[in-house]
Design a protein around this ligand. Sequence first.
Ligand SMILES: Cc1cc2nc3c(=O)[nH]c(=O)nc-3n(C[C@H](O)[C@H](O)[C@H](O)COP(=O)(O)OP(=O)(O)OC[C@H]3O[C@@H](n4cnc5c(N)ncnc54)[C@H](O)[C@@H]3O)c2cc1C
Length: 546
Amino acid sequence: MNSTHEVFNQPAPLADYNLFETNRPLRDALKFNAPALDTTGLRQLGATLGSGAMQTHARLANVHGPVLHSHDRFGRRVDQVEFHPSYHELMKLATGAGLHGSPWSDEDASPHVRRAAGFMLFTELEPSTLCPISMSYAATPALRGNTAIYADWGPRLASRAYDPELKPWQAKAGLTMGMGMTEKQGGSDVRANTTRAEPAGLDGWGERYAITGHKWFFSAPMCDAFLVLAQTQSGLSCFFLPRVLPDGGLNAIRIQRLKDKLGNKANASSEVEFEGAQAWLVGGEGRGIPQILEMGTMTRLDCALGTSGLMRQALALALNHTSQRKAFGKLLVDQPLMRNVLADLALESEAATALAMRLARAFDRPGDAHEAAMARLLTPVAKFWICKRGSHFAQEAMECLGGNGYVEEGGEGIMARVYREMPLNSIWEGAGNIMALDLLRALRKADAVAALAQELAAAKGAHPALDKLAAALPTRIEEMASEVEARRLAQDVALAVQAALLLQTAPAAVFAAFCDSRLAGNWGQSFGTLGAGTDFDAIIARAMPR
Ligand SMILES: Cc1cc2nc3c(=O)[nH]c(=O)nc-3n(C[C@H](O)[C@H](O)[C@H](O)COP(=O)(O)OP(=O)(O)OC[C@H]3O[C@@H](n4cnc5c(N)ncnc54)[C@H](O)[C@@H]3O)c2cc1C
């Protein structure tokens, strides 16, 4: 019924643009963290990810979510999860781009930085398919704790082929992995795990166990194998648990049901029971927590990267909308108060990108003592602060779209998906408090405070508020009497590092506005409260997605 009126003053959707080329903050972060990186592949990936065709796959994979088939129609257990074909298209693209495992076998200088940029860009298209991609990437450092299994599985975990078939590992072109720690009685405190592991023999993969118990959150249950925690006589230990056993039989992993989640709709998250499932010990018996935390560290990096990508996507949608929509005689993007909101969001988004990419660089140089210290320190800091800012950010970006922002299908319906996804990276893989407490543990290491000071030294003298914070941090850390201030500390370390990075990666207008607002107090308690002297033009022009 178009006969009553002409549709006008509604924006053209943001589609068919190159996510990489139009993301200036990301490109500058790459120049800083990996100056010699060949970005040809990222440029190609950016064009594919920004295409209308892939946006349709992202929408379909979320609208037609995974379906559990616990039994076949004759009553036999099958424990299969069925996905829409668009889900498989997304998985194929992510795997083909090497976002899952390839950095562990790539031989150039910056494989983790390159992969981090690709992961961040992919998040803008669709974040929930990245759950199994992230876990597959993260599994390698922990899986190396069993050299025989790693020798067999490593090459196919790094393969760029996506193979969703349920087959023994030898018959597959590519493999994926997940993780199982959280049980009903405890997720943060995994020491409360009750799942038991009984010795069941010895073979080419080492000590085999029979695992009995449950996992309350078990995402991507169609992965080829999982690292899980279970109790042995010596305490909590880490196990490799394949879905299909080497002889071709199905392992005893019973999928009870799929979680009905707020967002993250394309990804299947399940509850499972293990009925004497066969698994192999990874790392030392009783050393399960440090062993699986090697996986947790990498997934925490991905939480920071993922939320940075979601922020960029929300900002791009807000800029696209306000650049085309008029109110009160002007484009929204030209209304002074809207410019304050957009510039403030742009600062937050760029600071998140800078910090997440800096953290990724630390994983490219494990042999460098300063980078190792940064990996340990900045992982909880980035995971805590970036993810904590995500939901607030998404709400404000949504509001820039007015009512269209709140509608699932209309206007830029992607915004609703971004908003529902945002809290997740803050909760899983160690919720906010757990990250802040982990920072305190990291700071107990002898070289941690000196490493932080070294990281901030690059910005000495650039802004009085940053100088003041950098000078105060060592004493605050030393004198901190109680963990009750841990969040405050994590926030301030994040802000100081973000400011120091922006000095080195962003134009002066961005650095000055970030320090004036976040560090010097010329700011309010919501976005859009930057001081009147801010260079809004420069900040907004830099963030524009077109
Ligand atoms: C969609 C989704 C998918 C998931 N997929 C997986 C998966 O594949 N594998 C897996 O193992 N897990 C998975 N999880 C579980 C997730 O990692 C946990 O939910 C998370 O670690 C928190 O654990 P919990 O739910 O038991 O909450 P709790 O541990 O009970 O924590 C509740 C709150 O208390 C806080 N808290 C805990 N201890 C302290 C303390 N000492 N001081 C102050 N505050 C504290 C936490 O920060 C949190 O805010 C998934 C979760 C979700 C939502």
